[in-house]
Write a protein that binds this ligand. Structure first.
Ligand SMILES: *Cc1c(COP(=O)(O)O)cnc(C)c1O
Length: 387
C-alpha cells in the first residue's frame, strides 16, 4: 500500500528535477570553486547561477546571499554573527516565544555569554503584535528575530509592520523564513528584513544546504573561520552539488508556487473542515487565515499526539505530533504552550503538512482513519472518562 506522507514541514523529498541537476556535480564536474583551472571555474559558475536563482526568489542581490549548511546554521549565524560584530555594546536581542529551536537555543547561548534576551508573547493564533516589538526595543538592542511562517502551526507574521519599527529604531531585523520560502512569496524589500534564513530541504532540495540573506551594509561577523570562502563570511569548501540542487529547487518553486499554493490550500481546507466536523472537542491551532497553504495543526482534547501519530503510522500515514523532532522528547510543544493552550490540549496535538505529492486520496485516507483513532484513544483515557 502506498503510504501517505504528510510531514512536508519536517522535510521534503528531493524533486527528481533537482536530483538530476545535482548528479553531474558529484563526479563529472569535480572542481573546487576556488580553483583557477577549468573544473574549478565550472563549479564556480554553477554556484553563482544558483546564487542568482535564490536572489531572484527573494528579491535580493546575488552578493547578499551566503550559502551555508542549512536553516540551523543560518539562524545561528544571523544572531551570533550580529552580536559578534557589534562588540559589547548593543547586546540585547528580541525574539518571540514561537521561534524554531535554532533561534531560541542560539539566544540561550548568547544569554549565557552576557547578552540579554527578551522573548515576546504571541496571541492565541500565534500572531505577534508589532506594538510588542516597539515596547521592547532598547538603546542597546542589536537585533530582532521573528519567524516568518511558523513550522508547527503555520501562522504567518506581519513582518512588514514589524520592520517599520525596527527601521525607525535602527535595529536589525532577522527572520527565519525556512518554512515560508518556496511556499509563499518572500520579498526581502517588501518585508523590510536585514537577514533571512532559508533551507533547501524544506523546498524539495537536498538536506545540508541553506542560505542566509544579509542586506548590503549589515555589520556581521563569521561564526566559522578558515579559507575565507563566501567573501570571508563562511569558510569551508562550497557544497557544490547541494548548492546546484538548491538553485534548481528554487527555480522550480518560483515556477510552481502560485498553482501549488492554490491546490494545497484547497486540500488543506477540505482536511480542516473534515476533521473539525467529524471529531468533537478538536481545535485548529494557528491563525485561521494567515497561515501556510500546506499546514494543518489540531489539538484533540485528552489524547496524546504521539499516540495519534503511532496509530496513523500503522494505517500508512506519516504525520507529526505537534512539536517536531519530538521522538526524543515528551515535553509539550513550546509553541502550543505560547498560544496559551492548557496542557491537555498542548499534548494532544497533530501536525499534518502537505506538499507536491499530496493528493485528494491522502486527505480521504486521513478523514477515514483519524476519527476512529481519536475515539479509540479517548475511550482508553482516564482523563477523558473523568472530564
Ligand atoms: C527545518 C527548520 C529549521 C532548520 O533547518 P535545517 O536546514 O534543518 O537546519 C529552522 N527553522 C525552521 C522554521 C524550520 O522549519
Amino acid at each position: 500500500m502506498k503510504r501517505s506522507y504528510l510531514d512536508y514541514a519536517a522535510t521534503t523529498p528531493v524533486a527528481p528535477e533537482v536530483l538530476e541537476a545535482m548528479l553531474p556535480y558529484f563526479h563529472d564536474f569535480p572542481g573546487n570553486p576556488s580553483a583557477i583551472y577549468a573544473e574549478g571555474q565550472e563549479a564556480r559558475q554553477a554556484v553563482e547561477k544558483a546564487r542568482g536563482s535564490l536572489a531572484r526568489l527573494i528579491n535580493a542581490r546575488p552578493d547578499e546571499i551566503l550559502f551555508l549548511s542549512g536553516g540551523t546554521e543560518a539562524d545561528n549565524m544571523a544572531l551570533a554573527g550580529i552580536l559578534n560584530a557589534n562588540g559589547c555594546r548593543g547586546r540585547h536581542v528580541i525574539t518571540t516565544a514561537i521561534e524554531h529551536h535554532a533561534v531560541l537555543e542560539t539566544c540561550h547561548f548568547l544569554e549565557k555569554n552576557g547578552a540579554s534576551v527578551t522573548v515576546l508573547p504571541v496571541d492565541t493564533n500565534g500572531m505577534l503584535d508589532p506594538g510588542e516589538v516597539e515596547k521592547a526595543v532598547r538603546p542597546d538592542t542589536a537585533v530582532v528575530s521573528v519567524i516568518l511562517a511558523n513550522n508547527e502551526i503555520g501562522t504567518i507574521q506581519n513582518l512588514a509592520e514589524i520592520s517599520k519599527i525596527t527601521r525607525e529604531k535602527g535595529v536589525y531585523l532577522h527572520s527565519d523564513a525556512v518554512q515560508a520560502a518556496g511556499r509563499i512569496p518572500v520579498d526581502v524589500e517588501a518585508l523590510g528584513v536585514d537577514l533571512l534564513s532559508v533551507s533547501a530541504h524544506k523546498l524539495y532540495g537536498p538536506k545540508g544546504i541553506g542560505a542566509l540573506y544579509i542586506r548590503k551594509g549589515t555589520r556581521i561577523s563569521p561564526i566559522l573561520w578558515g579559507g575565507g570562502q563566501e567573501r570571508g563570511k563562511r569558510s569551508g569548501t562550497e557544497n557544490v552539488p547541494g548548492i546546484v540542487g538548491f538553485g534548481k529547487a528554487v527555480e522550480l518553486a518560483q515556477l510552481t508556487m502560485a498553482s501549488e499554493s492554490g491546490r494545497l490550500s484547497a486540500l488543506r481546507d477540505r482536511l480542516i473542515a473534515g476533521v473539525l466536523s467529524t471529531i468533537p472537542e478538536t481545535r485548529l491551532n494557528g491563525h485561521p487565515t494567515q497561515r501556510l497553504p500546506n499546514n494543518a495543526n489540531f489539538s484533540f482534547d485528552y489524547v496524546e499526539g504521539e499516540s495519534v501519530c503511532l496509530n496513523l503510522d500503522l494505517a500508512g500515514i506519516s504525520a507529526s505530533p505537534g512539536s517536531a523532532c519530538s521522538s526524543t522528547s515528551t515535553a509539550p510543544s513550546h509553541v502550543l504552550l505560547a498560544l496559551g493552550l492548557p496542557q491537555h490540549q498542548a499534548f494532544g496535538s497533530l501536525r499534518l503538512s502537505l506538499g507536491r505529492w499530496t493528493t485528494g486520496d491522502d486527505i480521504d485516507r486521513v478523514l477515514e482513519v483519524l476519527p476512529g483513532v481519536v475515539a479509540r484513544l479517548r475511550a482508553m483515557s482516564p482523563l477523558w472518562a473523568r472530564k
